[in-house]
Design a protein around this ligand. Structure first.
Ligand code: F6P
Length: 546
């Protein structure tokens, strides 16, 4: 069944939200809290080890009701069935979207065009497990009989960001293997990484779903050339493995068929870390932890699939994002993890969210007349507080922010953890409350400032407040909770795409740049600039004159 194709702005709920917005837009969060003693209870969800508090958002009961009515009117429930059921919901590429099938237990059956895909998924998992165990234990050896010490993941986009983000997030759980990520076609990236490596003990994992991506093929070729400067060509098969759905291209590149970990066209690149694309995760933290990651994601999938919209975390988060994007006209959202381990999460989510929902044509093929994809950015707290929080507190733009924190730290240094979390709670409170004129006067008076100085400083020290935040408080950063967290965002992407009536699982917009780059590269190689606009022409001439 295809996804419904309802223009959200034609729904009753959208109209009602528009007039409701006029009523609520100037209400201060502080007043919303004053009016409802039970607000924190009313607008929060406790699910397993997740506590999601969305009460510091500019909503009331009516807002929530209308947002959920909108989800119902665009038939989100039907869309969820089609998605999990393996329908071809990525219509422009004629593919199912089934990364969720990668994390179901073996006993499940998921069919694509009448064929259960789970046995195949399980056999690849077995291959990942067997290979990871051998590399970690040292029983698999390099060409001179030494155990591997370093793993190099070569890939880009979803073939890099997912494994890199998870590997860094789970650094606490990692084993002795050093894992490196090479993605950029900037030669300095690959050469800088190769510089410190020993070819006898380095294993390359070349990850590319299509095995046609310029960056990845260039980096893999450079790595192979570096390797064969030290070892024979025959030794390549012991040191290079590939993850891809394009077997002919991999074998043409010179990687033996038994060294290929397959994936399927129903796994989108930016949702692929749960497949063999996550091989470097499994190598870094062991297969059991990789499996726990999948288990956590599966539990969140089940929550999403089976929970009523009223208490459904991805649905609520997705609809809140729509509330700010389409009614408050907020352009961006900040994601602030209060964990240094999660420092790559915002970058990972930038691809997930922006490559999926950065679309301007609806599922009927018509241009959309409303805003879609939000701009995502962020950095870990508390560092972010000392960088860009000023703009969130006192700038002119409304930036809804999501705070992700953990009750327990991994090294159990309670002194640091309490300081970190004190900041975590303080920021959402400060963003909500701001600081009134009376409070500033009181503060400055207590500092015994002259009346003149006080008057001068007053306007700069007032914070309007009323800045919305959502808090996701999780017990502890574990492979399982991380899996659930990432799935929470994946499902939120789906919710927003369905409501906006766009196709979230293609990415045609990145193709044009790729095509032009190929054309320009030929011109550079031939030192001959063809017809361009005068700016590009001059820039190219300038580059070639070096
Ligand atoms: O940037 C476009 C894109 O197709 C992403 O969606 C994908 O994750 C990335 O390129 C890498 O693609 P591949 O795994 O085929 O090399």
């Amino acid at each position: 069944m295809s996804l419904p194709t309802i223009n959200p702005t034609t729904t009753k709920a959208w109209e009602a939200l528009k007039s409701h917005y006029e009523n609520i837009k100037d209400t201060h969060l502080k007043d919303l809290f004053k009016n409802h003693e039970n607000r924190a209870h009313l607008f929060s969800v406790q699910w397993k080890d997740f506590y999601v508090d969305y009460s510091k958002n500019r909503i009331d009961k009516t807002t929530k009701k209308l947002l959920l009515d909108l989800a119902k009117e665009v038939k989100l429930d039907e869309a969820i069935q089609s998605y999990f059921g393996g329908s071809i919901i990525n219509e422009t590429e004629e593919r199912a979207v089934l990364h969720t099938a990668l994390r179901v237990p073996s006993s499940h059956t998921i069919e694509i065009e009448g064929k259960n895909v789970i046995p195949e998924v399980d056999s690849v998992k077995e291959k990942i497990k067997g290979f990871s165990d051998q590399v970690i234990s040292g029983s698999l050896k390099g060409y001179t009989g030494k155990a591997f010490t370093d793993i190099v993941n070569i890939g880009i986009g979803g073939s890099d960001l997912g494994p890199a983000m998870i590997t860094e997030s789970l650094e606490f759980y990692k084993n002795h293997l050093n894992v490196h990520f090479i993605s950029n076609v900037d030669g300095d990236h690959v050469h800088q990484n190769l510089k410190g490596l020993d070819p006898e003990t380095t294993l390359f994992v070349v990850v590319s779903k299509t095995f046609s991506t310029q960056e990845t093929l260039s980096n893999a070729t450079t790595a192979r050339n570096w390797f064969t400067q030290h070892a024979s060509k025959e030794a390549v098969s012991k040191h290079f493995v590939a993850v891809s759905s394009n077997i002919p291209n991999v074998t043409n590149f010179g990687i033996a068929e038994e060294n290929i970990f397959p994936l399927w066209d129903w796994v989108g690149g930016r949702f692929s870390l749960w497949s063999a694309v996550g091989l470097s995760i499994s190598l870094s933290v062991g297969y059991e932890n990789f499996e726990a990651l999948l288990e956590g994601a599966h539990e969140m999938d089940e929550h999403f699939k089976n929970t009523s919209f009223e208490d459904n975390i991805p649905v609520i988060l997705g609809m809140l994002s729509i509330w700010y994007n389409n009614f408050f006209e907020a352009e961006s959202e900040a994601i602030i993890p209060y964990s240094q381990y999660l420092h790559r999460l915002p970058a990972y989510l930038q691809q997930g969210i922006m490559e999926s929902n950065g679309k301007s044509v609806d599922r009927n093929g018509n241009p959309v007349a409303y805003q879609t994809g939000t701009i995502i950015w962020g950095e870990p707290g508390t560092n972010a507080q000392h960088a860009f929080f000023q703009l969130i507190h006192q700038g002119t733009k409304l930036i809804p922010a999501e705070f992700i924190g953990f009750k327990h730290s991994l090294f159990e240094d309670q002194d640091h953890q309490d300081k970190l979390m004190a900041n975590f709670f303080a920021q959402t409170e400060a963003l909500m409350n701001g600081k009134t004129e009376a409070e500033v006067v009181e503060e400055l008076t207590s500092k015994k400032l002259s009346q003149e100085k006080l008057k001068q400083l007053l306007p700069f020290k007032i914070f309007e407040g009323n800045k919305p935040t959502t808090t996701v408080l999780i017990d502890k950063l574990t492979p399982k909770s991380l899996g659930a967290l990432v799935s929470m965002y994946e499902q939120r992407i789906f919710v927003q795409g369905v409501v906006w009536n766009i196709f979230s699982y293609d990415q045609w917009g990145v193709e044009l740049g790729k095509q032009l780059a190929t054309k320009i590269l030929t011109e550079i190689n031939n030192s001959q600039v063809s017809e361009h606009d005068s700016s590009t022409q001059k820039l190219l001439q300038h580059y070639l004159s070096k």
